[in-house]
Design a protein around this ligand. Structure first.
Ligand SMILES: Nc1ncnc2c1ncn2[C@@H]1O[C@H](COP(=O)(O)OP(=O)(O)OP(=O)(O)O)[C@@H](O)[C@H]1O
Ligand SMILES: N[C@@H](CCO)C(=O)O
Length: 294
């Protein structure tokens, strides 16, 4: 069995817990029936004993496998190739959740559709803005009603690029959510709400040149950037050098910059020169989402 799942950038500024898109930067997993359980991990996190064990993936895989086979137990060899930086705001945890659920369906021989994968994933990550693009690909707007995700996808053009500024320091989503206030003023809510709606309209109509107006926020972004103040300089530099929008990717620490492919190379070069301590990664956008092959 072969599973491949894209990185994702959530929030996109004002779309806290609702907007997100998929990036053509993928984790891959090969799973084979085996007499004994074994795991091999290469790439991101392979030198971290906690990540190397892949306990998050294995816990979800076996829990779902047992559910789908009425309690059957089986042993497999798992080969992980991790390309998504971990705890950097690129949806690495969503990628693990979505790929584990997809893998369990393949291993159990149970037919699935993407909507079922998505609603199952919601049980493990309670905000839909990473898991939805990880499953569906493309740009997605998502909301929750009970235990279901309601979402709409828009394919993204091949002339756009994600220029990612990936700091050396991690920011855990849980910690980054805990720094947010419990209450907001009506002005702060309307400021972000209106821009999330406007951003959705811009993505749906492919109106890229107006994105920088929409990509502002008063709910989470500035409070989080203050945990790593150099990100304010990253954002200013990106917007001064061709970025269509520049936002904290998910809960951070990565900064997501959307640019036309023709501008991406120069933007990446300027960012690499100004911020040599950070990794600069340029990727196309993904429209497919999770892939599972028996
Ligand atoms: N490839 C992986 N293998 C094993 N565990 C992983 C992997 N990727 C992520 N995880 C688990 O997910 C945690 C990171 O999740 P977290 O939500 O903090 O960051 P993120 O998903 O990368 O960023 P964001 O949610 O802001 O996009 C790791 O601490 C680890 O427990
Ligand atoms: N909406 C989530 C995204 C996490 O990737 C947050 O900002 O905490």
């Amino acid at each position: 069995m072969f599973i491949s799942v894209p990185a994702t950038s959530a929030n996109l500024g004002p779309g806290f817990d609702t907007l997100g898109l998929a990036i053509d930067l993928r984790n891959e997993i090969v799973i084979k029936p085996a007499r004994f359980h074994s795991v091999s991990t290469k790439g991101e996190g392979a030198d971290n004993p906690k990540i190397k064990k892949n306990s998050l993936f294995l816990h979800i895989f076996h829990e779902q496998y047992r559910k789908l086979t009425d309690g059957k137990r089986a042993t497999f060899r798992f080969e992980f190739t991790n390309r998504i930086p971990i705890s950097r705001g690129l949806g690495s945890s969503s990628a693990v959740i979505v790929s584990a659920i997809t893998a369990a369906h393949l291993a159990a021989g149970v037919k699935y559709n993407k909507r079922k994968i998505l609603n199952t994933a919601l049980r493990y990550e309670h905000h839909p803005d990473n898991i939805t693009p990880a499953v569906m690909g493309g740009f997605n707007v998502a909301c929750l009603e009970g235990e279901r995700v309601y979402s709409k996808k828009r394919r993204l053009p091949s002339y756009l690029r994600a220029v990612l500024v990936v700091p050396d320091r991690t920011i855990s989503t849980n910690r980054s959510r805990n720094v947010l206030p419990k209450m907001y003023t009506k002005e702060e809510v309307v400021y972000s709400l209106s821009r999330a709606a406007y951003m959705t309209a811009l993505f749906m109509s492919e109106s890229w040149d107006l994105l920088r107006i929409a990509a502002k926020d008063k709910i989470h972004q500035e409070r989080r950037m203050r945990m790593m103040p150099e990100l304010f300089e990253v954002q200013k530099t990106a917007l001064d050098h061709g970025a269509l929008m520049s936002t904290l990717s998910g809960s951070g620490s990565t900064f997501f910059n959307l640019a036309y492919a023709d501008d991406a190379k120069k933007l990446a070069a300027v960012l690499a020169e100004r911020f040599p301590q950070f990794r600069i990664m340029t990727h196309g956008l993904d429209n497919v989402g999770v892939i599972g092959k028996s």
